[in-house]
Write a protein that binds this ligand. Sequence first.
Ligand code: ADP
Length: 791
Amino acid sequence: MQTTLSKNAAILVVDDNALILQLVSSWLDNKGYRVSFATNGKQALSIAQTVAFDLILLDVQMPDLDGYEVCQRLKEIPETKNIPVIFLTAKSETEDLAHGYEVGGVDFITKPFNPVELLARVKTHIELKRALDFMKEQKEAELKESEERFTQIVEQTNEMIWEINSDGMFTYVSPGCELIYGYQPDELIGKKYFYDLHPEEGRESFKQALLTIFTFKKPFRELINAGMTKSGNLVWVSSNGLPVTDVSGNLIGYRGAEYNITDRKLAEEALRESELKYRSLIENAFDAIFLIKNGRYEYVNQHFCEITGYTKEALIAQPYSPKQLFAEYEDYLMEGIADLPGADFKDGLFEVLLVQKDGKLLEVEVSVVTLSINNRRSILGIVRDISGQKKMIRELKKAKDKAEEMNRVKSHFLALVSHELRTPLNGILGFAQILNSELLDQDLHHMTEVILRSSQRLKSTLSNLLDLTRIEASRLDVKYKPLDLSMVVQKEISFFFPMAVEKAIELTLEISAKDAVVVAEEGMLKSIINNLIDNAIKYTEYGSVTVKLYNRSLEQGTGIVLEVADSGMGIPDDMKTIIFEEFRQVSEGISRGFEGTGLGLTLTKKYVQLLNGDIEVCDNAPRGSIFRIILPLELEKSNAAPEHGESGSADTVHPKAKPVDAAKINPRILNVEDDLVSQSLISKLLRPLGSVETAKNAHEALRMVAQAQYDLILMDINLGKGMTGLDAVQEIRKMEQYKTIPIIAITAFAMESDRDEFIAKGCSNYLSKPFDNGALVNIVKSILSVDVENT
Ligand code: ADP
């Protein structure tokens, strides 16, 4: 029975014996084989080439060509060489067998034949052949597939696969060479040595290095080298190569591959360059920088070494100890910097003391940041020396304290000077007024007028100085009330008409404001108006001064503008802000052309600010300046009826003071005054109103009031050494008979807050030096002539 492997097998039987031929053929036929036969060698050779036989049964002894010869020839013909040949022979000598195998036979069947044996052998050899054929076909198919795969990979890959001979000449390159070098494969093969592609510079040494590798027949991996493309650009490649040797171990060449790493190389170079750049930046940074990892210094820059006094090597070698480095620190900061596990550390900026190697302390600012580098925690610290800065701050603070102290001293000094000037000025003004009213001689009268004007100017300078002192000491006790600005302006401008006439300047007032009620202090308003009009006339040689009052809408409502425009000399642009500073004038120094202290505008601006207003200055066309004061109209407050006129004198009647009996003839007046000039002035002024006695200090006054009953006491507050006037008033008020006697405080300390204190301590009225003669006489008259009140 045929198996699948031997099914339909074709067999050629060759024998010159017709009987054997028939017999064997019939056996095979019976088994289903396709049988052909030949009766001699030549016939066998020709039939064997026409059909693909699976087996040839070949008789050895035949005339002409014997079986061995036929077999030998069959093995020489490509179409028949693989057909297994079984010899049919009568001989079974060893020599014959050996010869049969030598010429390519696979088996012998010895005559006379046993059909079972013959068929079994036929079947085995056919199956063997078919199995071999099958395996061969499979191998060939696999080989083909592998070849195809290899070719595809080689064709598709971006790498260049190459082979060189032992001289280094290319014998094969894959198409990838075009991608890398721009050459076609045939431009390289047989024409260029692998080192020809290397840049000219360094080509020779590269060639020698590779030839040395070749002599040792060593493989190489990831060999990075440079090459030039066909168009002359530099490329970087990474090459792998394996030596190829013959069976005797002689080097035939190398086989390998290389791929383009130019991008990677450039990226690496850029990275290296950038790292170098940052490293040198950090290294040369002005700040001291350190990096802590695992409780050790990972990196410190040069400045860190300089600031600490340690060398880089010393720092890197030892574990990091925050206590060694910083003297004043928060524990958690140090734990953080030390990178202690579980430290509750927050990044931040800290001021600490750095302990330098020699033990000196340095004030530094440390900024600490936690970094995560490759998932590992690191601490980056930046230390900055702030000792200079700190020293500067301390010095600045000292300077500021000193400046403030100086300012206090200045204010005190100004207050003192003002007081010391006021007392003598009182005498000058007072007597000049008396002389002015009594002297009939024209020349003398004129002279007293000059004295009076000069004293008035001195008085107003003193007032300005005192006001400035008060504002700076924040001691200005402002009493705000609704005031009709138009009334105040009309009144104040009237004082300037004589001055304007004298200078032949036209002075006009234009009021277009519908509402002019502001909440202010009258004294301040007057001072503002006077300063501006006074300056306008002072700095105008010819032309006009126009004062306007009009409304303007402001962000927070309606406002009122007081505008003073002149046709005078004008103010240069660079002086427009400076003139508002204390003691500053456009023309300064000994060559200045106008009198004045440079305080008027300073005060004006401060007053305007206290009134929540603004002041501005600009040029007037075609010449001169315009000053504008803009004040808010505070409607709620201004609902109250505005006051128009004089705010009353500086005196205030003490509620307990009882007016003097009008019927009293020649009332007794006690004047307590240490200054001789003031004593005689007051005596002279009050003599017509009563009998004036004088005490020159507090003790004398107390003695006198204890011995006599006075109807009015004038008390100077500053009485030189010993008890003050206030002390005396308090003592006097303790006496039953003086509980309600009017006491007028007279003082050169002209502060509003002082006045309140005087009243609180028992004075009934208040008058500041230098006073106007009329003011003193009026106040005394008003006290002495008031009708008796029954209390
Ligand atoms: P004073 O007038 O006492 O010098 P001010 O503070 O009032 O002080 O003025 C400061 C300076 O501003 C003046 O010295 C003057 O140079 C300048 N100035 C003020 N008003 C005018 C004006 N209307 N025209 C020109 N210059 C002025």
